[in-house]
Design a protein around this ligand. Sequence first.
Ligand code: ATP
Length: 365
Amino acid sequence: MAQIRIDNLRKDFGDFTAVKSSSFTIEDGEFFMLLGPSGCGKTTTLRMMAGLELPTSGEIYIDGEEVGGRRASQRDIAFVFQMFALYPHMNVRRNIGYPLRSQGASRADTRRKVEEIARLLGITDILDSPVGGLSGGDRQRVALGRAIVREPKAFFMDEPLGALDAEFREHMAEELRALHDRMGATTIYVTHDQLEAMQMGDKIVVMNHGMVEQFGVPQDLYDWPATLFVAGFLGSPPMNVLFFNGTVAEGAETLTLGGQEIAVPVTREGAKGNVALGIRPEHVHLDTEAGYRAKVIATEYLGTTQIVTLRTEHGDIKARIPSHQKVTEGETTGLRFDARKITLFNADTSQALRSAGNEGVLSLG
Ligand code: ATP
């Protein structure tokens, strides 16, 4: 079990900066997701925390102790890679027990521990099987078993489910999360999949171009994105963003959009110039009476809900509405936004405007 803190971590590869002054804290026992698009610096950050890559500057603390100078083998962590390499000439039992045996544990202790781990992972029946013929899921379980067996302070996982097909991936994600809940060991998990991050994580840090955009619990990130990038990265479809040129006065409760007054959360900060209004599709309502007009250009049936794409004078917007609500492509309707769910951004800085009562996020004051 471990608390891990990184402070102003930076990594340069020659002239290229892969990670730019990242800081965040992972609390003891948390399932922590490092999320972002390909190339944003997730793996490099994880490798620095694990001791596999030397930071250019900044500090890494495990349980309050600075570990920057220590090698991976001295940090008491376990790494689970995407390509879960197993020793092909050993059976499952010997693969899982290998880390203990190589540390000098006795045969009897290793046997007891391996059987305990196999029960935890539900693979007792394949303990004596060769690893060659195993399914992808069982190979992953064996790889996990090998990582768990040493009872490290923390697990580092880099897209561990990346090689599995979608259905199986979801099943393994649930299994991993359940395993974490039983063991309670701090886990840091790299993914580019926002759904996976939201389903599995206690906390998420969103990275982009080597920078931390935001970190917090999944729902806060989803409801109150701190930047336009986070607004667009989380959610499927993502948050709608309407850009307009205007002014949001400090303390404003409404803004004018297309000649209509729209209620917004009370802002503590004003903004002038390029302003963006963010609203999730589930908080956009179609209302023929509403003054903000839009034309239906597409509908997508999703079972209980449908996604309707609408063209407004500020760009296209998507609404998630019940599928029984009748909409016709080509018709013109009105849009109503749930005021409490709007996030306003300064479009020049990409940062969300702060609300009257809440540091960092915008909510109804
Ligand atoms: P992915 O999911 O694609 O692995 P990532 O977010 O994990 O993406 P990193 O692997 O951390 O990204 O890489 C961040 C950037 O640093 C990339 O542009 C990558 O090309 C670059 N990079 C990583 N390792 C090295 C290296 N050893 N030398 C030079 N550049 C590197």
